[in-house]
Write a protein that binds this ligand. Structure first.
Ligand SMILES: [Zn+2]
Length: 121
């Protein structure tokens, strides 16, 4: 699902929005605003030239979405970055949450409580 959406995203959305989306997804995984990333890695991930990444970073920094970009660490402002990202980030996150809530739903234990009540009778 993530790959499918990712493919549509690559075809439909501008690279700046995709870069913002990718940085947000990465942040979701490592749970910190300082991402251990170089511009070189970003250019490989997004399949664009390094000079394009530099330009995009400059734009995002001007809008406050990127706080700093130094020595292989990119510090982001997740709220501002979300404003710059395409809607795919929210979609993918929603789907992932749906999958996890389905997986964890049985441990909500309504069944267990009921069978315990039955045992007492
Ligand atoms: Zn997208």
């Amino acid at each position: 699902m993530q790959l499918q959406l990712g493919g549509a995203c690559n075809a439909l959305h501008p690279v700046e929005a995709r870069m913002a989306r990718w940085l947000l997804s990465f942040r979701d995984r490592i749970d910190t605003d300082v991402l251990p990333l170089t511009q070189e890695a970003l250019s490989e991930i997004l399949g664009v030239r390094r000079t394009t990444v530099t330009l995009l970073m400059r734009n995002l920094r001007a809008s406050g979405a990127i706080r700093s970009d130094r020595r292989g660490h990119i510090e982001i402002d997740p709220i501002r970055l979300a404003a710059a990202a395409c809607e795919c980030h929210g979609k993918i996150r929603l789907e992932v949450e749906k999958i996890f809530s389905t997986v964890t739903a049985p441990s909500g234990n309504p069944g267990l409580v009921r069978s315990r009540t039955l045992d007492q009778r």
